[in-house]
Design a protein around this ligand. Sequence first.
Ligand code: FE2
Length: 186
Amino acid sequence: MSRSEFVHGTLAVLGSLIIGSYVLAAQTGLDPTRATSEGSMQGFDAPETVDLWRPGDPGQRLHILGRVTSTDGRPIPGAELTIWQADGAGRYHENRYRALLRTEEDGGYRFSTVLPGQYYSNKHIHMVVSHRAHHRLPTTILFKGDPLLDQVVDNDLAIDVEEARVDGETVLFGRFDIVMQPLRPE
Ligand SMILES: [Fe+2]
């Protein structure tokens, strides 16, 4: 595959993800993203970074992007996302695979990591989203097609991932949009 082909492929994947976001923003009266347990590991002292992966780490590269909006569909800039997950082999580390991100002016965020391995349960990425005018939201990114996913209970938090070839490597792209509940009714 030529460079232009894989760049085109990557842009097509990103393009379809971004168009999905504008459709979402045009809606009103959105349901808040479901809150979940924070699990036993916490994202304390997470470094400010958008790349949790380091060369040599196990697992398949994964890029997550999304947008944080309020229930009226308006983007929330400056929301803080604390993220923590197992590595690609399913192991948690005290000082790895955690990150602190902030949303941009359009409410958008993105980070690069690996698809988490199984850790006695489904594949998952923990996240706590905070913003001064909204309820704190602990939630979890789950993955469609995971055989350990509970299709009845957890399907609303499960995302599709799409493959693209980047620099000769198969990389996964996924979108996880987040809706926060305002502290006061809108
Ligand atoms: Fe966990």
